[in-house]
Design a protein around this ligand. Structure first.
Ligand SMILES: [Zn+2]
Length: 62
């Protein structure tokens, strides 16, 4: 039997999990996970957020 509630294929090991740029929480398979990317100094920058609220609260200072 296949368990429809399992989330096989989306596993992220703790070592590889990104952390929220606002609150610092580690993001492990969060449905609300947000990522933004931008170009800065010819390099792609990215920031991860655990949810939309943290994304909105991010002031983007760098
Ligand atoms: Zn957060």
């Amino acid at each position: 039997m296949v368990d429809p509630t399992s989330d096989v294929g989306e596993d992220v090991s703790p070592e590889d999990a990104p952390t929220c740029a606002t609150c610092g929480e580690q993001i492990l398979n969060e449905r609300t996970h947000r990522v933004i990317t931008w170009i800065e100094d010819d390099a792609v920058q990215s920031a991860h957020f655990c949810d939309e609220r943290c994304r909105m609260n991010w002031d983007g200072d760098s």
